[in-house]
Design a protein around this ligand. Sequence first.
Ligand SMILES: [Zn+2]
Length: 129
Amino acid sequence: MEDCIFCKIIRGELPSRTIYEDDLIKIIMNINPATNGHLLVLPKEHMVNIMDTTDEVITHSLSIIRKLYPELKEKLNCEGLTISQNNELGQEIKHFHIHLTPRYKDDLLEFTYDKNMISDLDEIFNKLK
Ligand SMILES: [Zn+2]
């Protein structure tokens, strides 16, 4: 993709702070971090979102994340790791990416949502089951 920022980073046309790279993925520092050490896992091939990615990329990414986590804990002194991935709404850059957000005590990085938008649990369960 010509204009995709992450493709440009992968091609080396834009700079990045790369902390890991192999044939399938690149892990870079988020330039707008939510916490210290906020990373983005990018497939090297352009994929838009979860529907467009491959099982291989997802499995491989999670495997690398599992290997990386103890090192992140040690080096960042974080106490947890939130792994998240937005599709369509909330996805700023339309190139599949997984957020790795190190968690620190009292970092206030919790999901907040409007409780008025929450429907009856059974009503939703009946739609999903
Ligand atoms: Zn791209």
